[in-house]
Design a protein around this ligand. Sequence first.
Ligand SMILES: C[S@@+](CC[C@H](N)C(=O)[O-])C[C@H]1O[C@@H](n2cnc3c(N)ncnc32)[C@H](O)[C@@H]1O
Length: 303
Amino acid sequence: MNPQTEIIDGLTRASACISPKYFYDAAGSALFEQITRLPAYYPTRVERQIMTTHGADIAQRIGTGGTVIEPGAGNCEKARALCQLIRPERFVALDISEDFLHQAVAGLRAALPGVTVSAVVADLTHAIALPVDVPMPRRLVFYPGSSIGNFDPPHALALLTRLRRLLDTDGVLLIGVDLVKEEAVLNAAYDDGEGITAAFNRNVLNHVNRLIDSNFEPGQWQHRAFFNAAESRIEMHLEARADTLVHWPGGGRSFVRGERIHTENSYKYRADDFVALLHRAGLSQTQIWSDPANWFAVILARP
Ligand SMILES: C[S@@+](CC[C@H](N)C(=O)[O-])C[C@H]1O[C@@H](n2cnc3c(N)ncnc32)[C@H](O)[C@@H]1O
């Protein structure tokens, strides 16, 4: 499905939804970067602490050299730290957010002289094609940030399987996974008092307006984020502040006050359950690193 068809299909369902991949235009990527600096947004901070505390062990298990491939690379900050540890020959950053990706990769090239750095604009929900010159031996797929949590379990399994297929028998996956924890901590991380997450959520409507030529007014929509314990996921929604009619060429939809558009899920795992998912994707976990409070896990797995 092309983006226009996919977005309209989501908006015209009985319960409207927009895929979280549409958060990431240039403004959305910049807002996400601000989110990662918020005190309440623990995932980035805790994952970084784990990578720093266990960096030597991680590097020793992976070994130096080889090729690092990062799907959903964002600002490449975590890859920069990892590459400084394991000094790969090649780094390949994949992301859907084209302008932001090129900017991040330019910064990385300057910081990592001697590493061949490539940017690939790609949508991970489709087949993943790497440039043909990316060597097959000694690949490390680095998928931090618990981005896997944006996929429901069947789609997470499908993505992990696609990532495993990028690896030869000597390849490894290093993946960050957010763990189930106290509900108040989870809710605060996705609904900060400064309103940055709310701005990030509403910005999806600006992106959608550009993609399908619709007339959403982001200010008319209220940010909602909460932990759904039955599904073990944070849900983000946009809630209509008033009855609203939205148009796009060839169609439209009315929303009554209080009606929601579901914009994101962020699944929280128990470590054992995630390891079981890795097994089903043909990957065996070889090491798990966590923080003292067990809020986040960094897992090394092999095909
Ligand atoms: C939660 S951010 C994580 C960024 C970074 N890896 C980190 O850990 O801080 C998700 C990243 O994945 C990208 N992304 C989201 N959906 C994607 C998709 N379907 N295909 C490719 N990239 C995607 C976004 O543009 C964004 O940079």
